[in-house]
Design a protein around this ligand. Structure first.
Ligand code: FES
Ligand code: FES
Length: 378
């Protein structure tokens, strides 16, 4: 985080984002990311070199609570203030964090400017409520007793709990007939699935196992996060709930034999040594094993009607090729090929008629098809 505001830095931000009033939001975001708040000198410079007025800036920066006008601490702890977190005791957790960080009541930053404590909206992983973000790391299931040590642990390691953006990258492993799928939805990530994924990839590389590790969207069992599923040709899929990074070696060995004599010998020695040094026997797994097809899971999952997360559990949310292979974009292709707006509106109207009221698009007003008809007659 920079502390000194230099004209050259602000000029570069404006050059990247644009000089017209519609660029005010990206400019403010970049300034806040650079300094942790919106320094007055930086805003003055923006007004000097762009077609942006102080009123444009005030309109945006006071509308979004994300923008700060006072310096923040080196670490920012954002407590979720959403409904589920509130009900599960976010307030006492926040109070405990405030005491731990020695932030005076009525202030949001400690006198040494090391920590800022704020409240934000839902993070989207309510199954792990109460939730907080410590810098870039999401932490769930907090209690007044655990929040302080978790913050201390995070600061001691001097880094985010996972590399930001890590989950979007390819892992470079070969695509075989077998896959280890790891949930990368918001609950799984908050439960630590990125560390599990990194550990799985490392283990697969070390053992030379012929399997690909793939991040997939929400499986629908967020209370069991992080979830790992082993999928291979000709075998029933096998799932593991609440997997921890230190369990990944045993998990991979259980399903995939290491390749090569050297790898096999090394693995045999290290597993014998591991068993001698720890109490963790092979019985570690039964308590993690679940099958998404057993009657209890089916009863839970079978009632879910998946719309936005239709292919979750099978492919990553950003896997556009996989989405196309699964029949994605068909509606868009049909619309473009047919090129008949009237027919498209008719189809939307038919769908609205068939859908339950709660699932109709635009349920806070008239259905879309009727609205579209109305606007066409203007
Ligand atoms: S209410 Fe806190 S994560 Fe949703
Ligand atoms: S986010 Fe992983 S199962 Fe829902």
């Amino acid at each position: 985080m920079k502390t000194e505001v230099r004209d050259a830095d602000i000029d570069a931000i404006v050059a990247q984002s644009g000089r017209t009033p519609d660029a005010v939001l990206p400019i403010l975001r970049k300034i806040q990311d650079t300094y942790g708040y919106l320094p007055r000198e930086a805003l003055r410079r923006v007004c000097e070199i762009a077609e942006i007025t102080p009123a444009n800036i005030a309109g945006v920066s006071t509308f979004y609570s994300r923008f700060r006008h006072r310096p923040a601490g080196r670490h920012v702890i954002s407590m979720c203030g959403g409904t589920a977190c509130h009900v599960k005791g976010a307030e006492p957790v926040k109070e405990a964090a405030r005491r731990f960080l020695e932030i005076p009541s009525g202030a949001d930053t400690d006198p040494g400017r090391l920590f800022t404590l704020t409240t934000v909206g839902c993070f989207g992983c309510c199954t792990l409520a109460p939730v907080a973000r410590i810098d870039d790391a999401i932490q769930g299931c907090l209690t007044p007793a655990t929040v302080g040590p978790l913050i201390r642990d995070h600061v001691a390691r001097g880094a985010a709990r996972f590399p930001v953006g890590e989950w979007e990258r390819g892992n470079g492993l070969s695509r075989g007939a077998a896959e280890i799928r790891i949930g990368q939805g918001s609950c799984c990530i908050a439960g630590g699935s990125l560390q599990v994924r990194l550990a799985l990839e490392q283990t697969v590389r070390n053992l030379g196992a012929d399997v690909r590790v793939t991040g997939v969207g929400c499986v629908g069992m967020c209370h069991e996060a992080p979830l790992v599923e082993i999928v291979r040709d000709g075998a029933a899929p096998m799932s593991y709930a609440r997997v921890q990074p230190e369990q990944t070696e045993r998990l991979v060995l259980r399903h995939f034999a290491p390749r090569g004599v050297l790898s096999r010998t090394k693995t045999w020695f290290s597993s014998i040594l591991g068993r001698l040094l720890t109490d963790d026997g092979p019985e570690l797994f039964p308590r993690n094993s679940i099958t998404l097809r057993d009657p209890r899971s089916c009863e839970f999952l079978g009632r879910q009607k998946r719309i936005a997360t239709e292919h979750g559990g099978m492919m990553g949310p950003l896997d556009l090729e996989g989405y196309e292979r699964a029949g994605g974009f068909e509606a868009l292709k049909a619309v473009l090929a047919r090129n008949d707006p009237g027919r498209v509106v008719e189809e939307i109207r038919d769908c609205e008629g068939a859908a339950a009221p709660a699932f109709r698009p635009g349920r806070n007003g008239p259905p879309y098809g009727r609205r579209r008809d109305a606007t066409r007659s203007w």
